[in-house]
Design a protein around this ligand. Structure first.
Ligand code: 5GP
Length: 254
């Protein structure tokens, strides 16, 4: 009997083990796949919760960057700055004769028109109240006070021109150029410098339309502007008009 028992027990034990093995195998094969969520540690889950937000921000930044790069690559927005009397206006006139497709922004100003200046062509001449209303309505891309008058760039025509793929030039003073650098860091910023300061005074006086006080204000502001030349992407010395024009073309169409 003992001999019979000793052969039955191992067989029974083997059967139990075999059944147990089958049960385990079946339960393993039918167990649901652990979801990615449950396989994450608590720390990873918290990180994942914040991930969509991060991804959104990252993609938004990359879209902004793409637009920025497009502006930079196409050089669509060009800022031309430099002290009063440096010859920005003459350079731009010449430039537009050679490149009529370039769009020159027409600024609003509270300054009185000079002889020969036409409203809507050289500037939009505004009263202080009208200019203030434009500022309040958010219609200006940038604006600044210069030598006692206000000057500003109307926003809508610039945005429309850029959307159409046009190159737009803003001929503005230093404070405005700095504002554009904030809102359009990819704008191509060009500074026109005089060969020397006395040339500026001669040119400003040659206009013959400014009071002595206004000339003094412009000359004082010139020094501030010249000290900021290094902030710009390109500095062109307007000594010889032809050379300066070639350098300007190179800076714009490089
Ligand atoms: P002006 O009275 O000699 O025509 O211009 C005086 C200064 O104002 C120049 O340096 C000119 O570039 C600048 N200016 C002209 N339009 C604008 C403008 O829309 N915004 C700013 N910030 N400056 C301007």
């Amino acid at each position: 009997m003992r001999g019979a028992e000793s052969t039955i027990w191992p067989n029974t034990l083997l059967s139990y083990l075999f059944i147990l093995f089958i049960v385990i195998m079946v339960s393993v094969s039918t167990a649901p796949e652990p979801s990615p969520e449950t396989s994450l540690t608590k720390h990873e889950q918290v990180a994942k919760e914040h991930a969509p937000e991060k991804t959104m921000t990252a993609s938004m930044i990359s879209i902004e960057k793409q637009v920025e790069n497009a502006i930079k690559k196409a050089g669509q927005l060009i800022v031309l700055a430099g002290p009063s009397g440096v010859g920005k206006g003459t350079l731009l006139q010449q430039l537009r004769l050679k490149h009529p497709k370039l769009k020159l922004s027409i600024s609003a100003t509270t300054r009185q028109p000079r002889a020969g200046e036409v409203d809507g062509q050289h500037y939009y001449f505004k009263t202080r109240e009208q200019f203030q209303a434009m500022v309040n309505a958010g219609e200006l891309l940038e604006w600044a006070e210069f030598a006692g008058n206000y000057y500003g760039t109307p926003k809508a025509p610039i945005e429309a021109a850029i959307a159409q793929g046009q190159r737009v030039i803003l001929e503005i003073e230093l404070m405005g150029a700095r504002q554009v650098r904030q809102s359009f860091p990819a704008a191509n910023q060009i500074f026109i410098a005089p060969p020397d300061v006395s040339t500026l005074e001669t040119r400003i006086r040659a206009r013959g339309q400014e009071t002595e006080a206004a000339i003094a204000k412009r000359l004082a502001q010139s020094k501030v502007e010249l000290a900021a030349a290094h902030e710009f992407d390109t500095v062109i010395v307007n000594d010889c008009l032809e050379t300066a024009l070639q350098e300007l073309e190179a800076a714009i169409f490089h």
